[in-house]
Write a protein that binds this ligand. Sequence first.
Ligand code: T4K
Length: 409
Amino acid sequence: MNRGVNHLAIFTGVPEFDEPRYVGLPNIGDRQRFFSLLEGALDRRWLSNGGPLVQEFERRVADQAGVRHCVATCNATVALELAIRAADLTGEVIVPAFTFPATVHAVRWMGLKPVLSDVDPETGNIDPAQVAALITPRTSAVIGVHLWGRPCAVDELAAIADRHGLTLLFDAAQAFGARHAGRPVGGFGAAEVFSFHATKLVNAFEGGAVVTDDSGLAARVRAMQNFGIVGEDEVAHTGTNAKMSEAAAAMGLASLAGMETFVDRNRRNYLRYREALAGIAGLSVPPPDPSVEHAYHYVVARIDADAFGLCRDDLMAVLRAENIMAKRYFYPGCHRMAPYHADGDAFPHTEALAESLLTLPTGAAVDDRDIDRIAALIRVAAAHAPAVAAHFAKATGPVPQPSSSGPGQ
Ligand code: T4K
């Protein structure tokens, strides 16, 4: 393609896409199945409190994860809080700085101290060597995060946890469907937590789950997500209301049925992006790693500003003007967020990743042709990097805000 710089919408061009192409467009699955499951719930007049659809969803998720217990919840953030409380964690809990804030918030929300760890500079996953260095007599647990659907260093973290008598939990919010060493994510550590938010591979509008092989832990989580109730008139724990509704489970079940198709599409998109973006200096989408089974939940490009000619934020602004709603997952790193700012600033790998990564639309949002069009625009931006950089350098108005993603925003 031989297009001039004026073709870009930041100059005089028409946006490439009429409708926004989002990073997290929901996978809807089989609509008819969703509606018929919902009809069933309405007919039964059983809408929440562990109804048959939630029970079925829990069985299916436990099967998929290869574990004995699944407790479905209203979202993954509260599921993390439940797991933390049910596992009786105390004092300090080590978590990665490079994650969605929910991981760190859950620890703080439970009244514990999150201790932030730096991450592996390549995978973005929590670095076991850093974790080992952060352990103190007050540490009770480590929470690993399987970032972008790629399993983190599960075995190394388990060895550290064993050696120091720590509880190991995993935030698997992005990793439903991934596998480590041939075993599905879900069965590692004392418990793992999935998210079934609208933007996830399998969605229940909003939803989450704690999965575990530990019957005692599962029983406590189950009670705690229902006000601590363990019998008709008996409340055994401080609890909350974290129940999944039947409507959410209907969506979850319809979505689960399409899971293989969604993973296939994500994998195909990922490979297509790699092919379409190949050879652009300073921009890379890492090759699939044969040692892990990835859910390819996100397509994350790394931009080396010097070699590419533009910084990541300028490229994102170029794309957003074209209605390509790329996102900075995860920026600026939890250590730079207001509640955790005082907790340290020595996170060089988190900082480098937070400054250089750009998540591109995938899943249902794009087809092969869209990906080719997105890649072609990136090539135009790269070919005219000095003009684009100069445009942003002298821009007086606000650059499009990275968080403006929802309809009507
Ligand atoms: N741990 C980790 C590692 C996580 O990544 C998350 C959640 C959690 C814990 C907590 O899980 P939950 O408590 O949510 O179950 C979104 C999601 O809201 C969040 O669930 C997810 N991680 C995170 C990675 O992404 P934002 O702030 O990026 O959302 P937003 O509104 O910018 O939407 C993301 C993209 O999806 C946009 O491009 C718009 C598009 N979108 C979104 C929705 C809701 C749609 O196209 N349709 C939709 O219905 O957090």
